[in-house]
Write a protein that binds this ligand. Sequence first.
Ligand SMILES: Nc1nc2c(c(=O)[nH]1)N[C@H]1C(S)=C(S)[C@@H](COP(=O)(O)OP(=O)(O)OC[C@H]3O[C@@H](n4cnc5c(N)ncnc54)[C@H](O)[C@@H]3O)O[C@H]1N2
Ligand code: MOO
Length: 409
Amino acid sequence: MTAPVEAEAQGKGRAGGKGTPWPVARALAATAATPLPPLTVPLKRARGRVLATPLTARQPHPAFDTAAMDGYAVRGEPPWTLVGSALAGGEPAPPLRCGEALEIATGAPTPPGTTAVVPYEHATVRARTVTPRQPGTSRTHIRHTGEECPAGREVLPRGTVVTPAAVGLAASLGCDSLTVHAVPQVALLLTGDELARSGLPPHGRVRDALGPLLPGLVEWAGGAPRPVTYLPDGRAPLVTELARSAGRFGPQEPAPGTDVIAVCGASSRGPADHLRPALGELGAQLLVDSVACRPGHPQLLAQLPGGTYVVGLPGNPYAALAAAMTLLIPLLGTLAGRPAPTRRTARLARPLRTDPSRTWLVPVVVEDGLATPVGHDHPALLWGAALADALAVLPPGGADDVELLPLPR
Ligand SMILES: Nc1nc2c(c(=O)[nH]1)N[C@H]1C(S)=C(S)[C@@H](COP(=O)(O)OP(=O)(O)OC[C@H]3O[C@@H](n4cnc5c(N)ncnc54)[C@H](O)[C@@H]3O)O[C@H]1N2
Ligand code: MOO
C-alpha cells in the first residue's frame, strides 16, 4: 500500500476523491506498527501502560492464615478460656491449645492450631470465658494461606492495561515494579496562521480547538503527548519541525525518541496545505492517503525514513477527531501494546442519510443497545462529539446495526 509521497503530492486528483475505504484505513493504521519494546517501571509509573509480560503473584494471598472477622480465635469445642489478644501487624501469637481463645483483629495472623474465629457478635464473654451465642456454623472465618491466589499464579495476561485496580493488585501480590511497553511519544504540530489561543479572536481568525483536545485524546489512547507546537503556515517551517520532532536533524536540539507526529491542518490541497509536499521533501512513505469517509477524508498516515509515523489530521476540529479515531488511535494502541479493542455494535435509533461510497462517522449516545444520533455534527465544530458517547460507523449504503467507536468520557 505504500507509495512515494512525491508522486501523490504533485497532483490534486485525490483531494475530493474517495481515498482508502475506511475499514481498510483503520486496519492499516492498527497494523502499520509493532508494540514498543518492554521496560520495567516502578508501580507508581505503571498506570495506563500495558503489561508486556503477565502479572504473576510473587507471594500467596493471603500470605498467612488470617482472621476474616474481629472476634476470638478459638481451638476445639466451647467454652474457651481467653488467653490474650492479637492485632493486625502485631507480634505473632503463640499456638493455641484446645479450649483456648485469643481476642483477634481482622487481618491478624491466626495462631497455629486455630480452628475458627468467632465474631464478637456471635460470642459472649464472662469472667474470661468465651461461649458461642448460637450453635456453630460451618464457616470458620479463617482466610487460609493462598486461598485467594497461590504464589506463582498468573493473574493478569500480557496486554492488560494497567488500571488503578491492577496497580493495587500488583502491590497486594508483592510486586514493586511491572514490565510494560514503552509509551508512544507523540509530538503535536498545529498549523495555521489564523489560530488564536485565548479569548475572542479578531475577525478572520479562529480559536484553536485542537491544542486543547489532542493531549487528552492521546493520553486516553495510551500515548504521551508533547507540548503542542504551533507553526506558521508554510512548507519550510513544517519540514523543519517534522524533521526536528522525528529527531533526525535540525538547527535546534532534536526532540528525542518521537514515535508519532500528529499534524493538524495543512492536510487538504489549498495554497496553505503543505503537509504532503513537506512529507515528500523528507522522503516519507504514505501508508494511507485520504480516507473514504466523512468527515475527515483528507487525513493521511505516513512514515518518515527514520521510522517515525506521521498522522495528518484535517484542520476542521470534528473532522480531526473523526480522523484521529480512524488512524491515530489504532496506531497508538498498537505501539502501546494494547490488544485490539473488542468490537461494539448498536442498533441505530433511526435511519440516517447514507452515502453510497463513503463511511460516515456519526456522534451518538448509546443506551440499551440503541445508538441515537445527537446531531450538531458539522466538521468544523465539536458540539456533537462533546455530547456523544461514541462515533457510530455508518458504512457506505447504510446499516441498521453499526459499529461504535467509544469516545473518551
Ligand atoms: N478543494 C478542496 N478543498 C477542501 C477539501 C477538498 O477536498 N478539496 N476538503 C475540505 C475538508 S473536508 C477539510 S476537513 C479541510 C481540511 O483542511 P486542512 O486540513 O488543510 O486544514 P486547514 O485548511 O488549515 O483548516 C480547515 C479549517 O479548519 C480550521 N482550523 C484549522 N486548525 C484549527 C484548529 N486547531 N482549531 C480550530 N479550527 C482549526 C481552519 O481555520 C479552517 O476553517 O479542507 C477542506 N477543503
Ligand atoms: O474532513 Mo472535512 O469534512 O471532512 O471537514
